[in-house]
Write a protein of this length. Structure first.
Length: 335
């Protein structure tokens, strides 16, 4: 049965692209959106998902013929453990979304039906860039604003800008706008809470992606109902600020503390904030705290919750927070 199942997965007649280590980049990089299924031969739910993906791939080919708009692909994680580990796959099947060939944290978590997948792809393919005239219609107060100026919408630089914007759109941190009819060289400006910054140097996709990463990927994330599962599945310990929902000052102070002193831990720690409305039950029943006790900072590795000094004390002595993180990773921190 497993042999037959594997054969059907890798059958050359399948419209679902079969990915391996030696063709991963080549297959995915041309497409704006790739929906990639990570499966194993022994998983019953992977069997059930196969016809759904085949039907979805057929519809996608019909809706986007002769284009590099979207593709459905699959990876056998038993045969490709290196890819599995790179994407931190721990459950099957897992459906990841790859945008413009760039791996992100994004996982598809909606209904697993052809209709739902096709509708998701259609939404993903919408141009995320708005005209500058639309700016007044959007609340951008809490967002990073990326403003590009181009000769026309048909320019090569605008196409690059649009693709990069779509790659970072799911972080819901950046809002991208464009102004056309610009007479000079194309340029992009980032407006953040720290000020305004102009993209410097040659207009190159890799450099633009790196710059967007710096500006648009939040070092500190807010835990919400939408991202809580995603954050927990990353498996990294959490440095959490619990705060009252109307306390913006503590959030800004925590973000500055992390940005100025903790960035070198970003590969091993997740920095998050959680307000008292979202975390009410956990605060009450697990931490034995109320809103009156906030803000507090905790280190949570899903086994233990470590009590830390107050946010104000950490802000006054940031090296204390650095030492706490160092002690945790060397096994010298005790709950």
């Amino acid at each position: 049965l497993l042999f037959l199942f594997h054969s059907s997965y890798s059958n050359s007649t399948s419209r679902v692209k079969y990915l391996r280590q030696n063709n991963l980049t080549e297959v995915l990089s041309p497409y704006k959106v790739a929906v990639v299924n990570f499966y194993t031969d022994w998983c019953r739910y992977c069997h059930l998902l196969k016809p759904v993906l085949e039907e979805t791939a057929t519809i996608v080919e019909l809706q986007y013929p002769n284009s590099n708009e979207a593709v459905i692909a699959q990876i056998n994680c038993d045969e490709e453990p290196g890819i599995r580990d790179f994407f931190h796959i721990t459950k099957y099947p897992t459906i990841k979304v790859i945008r413009n060939g760039l791996a992100t944290r994004s996982e598809y978590r909606s209904q697993r039906t052809p209709e739902a997948l096709v509708n998701f792809i259609a939404e993903e393919l919408k141009d995320p860039v708005m005209s500058l005239e639309e700016a007044h219609c959007h609340n951008v107060q809490d967002n990073t604003v990326m403003l590009g100026r181009f000769a026309s919408k048909q320019s090569r630089h605008y196409d690059m800008f649009s693709r990069v914007c779509s790659t970072f759109n799911h972080f819901d941190v950046c809002k991208c706008f464009a102004k056309f009819g610009h007479q000079g060289p194309s340029d992009v400006t980032a407006q953040t809470e720290d000020g305004t910054d102009l993209f410097q140097g040659m207009f190159d996709r890799n450099r633009l992606v790196s710059w967007f990463t710096e500006k648009c990927v939040p070092l500190v994330r807010e835990i919400t109902f939408q991202n809580a599962e995603e954050i927990s599945e990353e498996g990294r310990p959490l440095l959490i600020l619990y705060h009252r929902h109307d306390d913006k000052t503590s959030v800004l102070l925590f973000k500055r503390l992390v940005r100025e002193h903790m960035t070198h831990f970003a590969q091993n720690l997740s920095f998050v904030t959680a307000d008292d409305l979202f975390y009410a039950r956990i605060l009450q029943y697990h931490l034995h705290l109320t809103s009156v006790d906030l803000p507090v900072v905790r280190l949570d590795d899903y086994k233990h919750i470590y009590r830390l000094p107050s946010l104000m004390n950490l802000a006054e002595n940031p090296q204390a927070l650095v030492r706490i993180a160092e002690d945790y990773f060397t096994g010298n921190l005790h709950a």
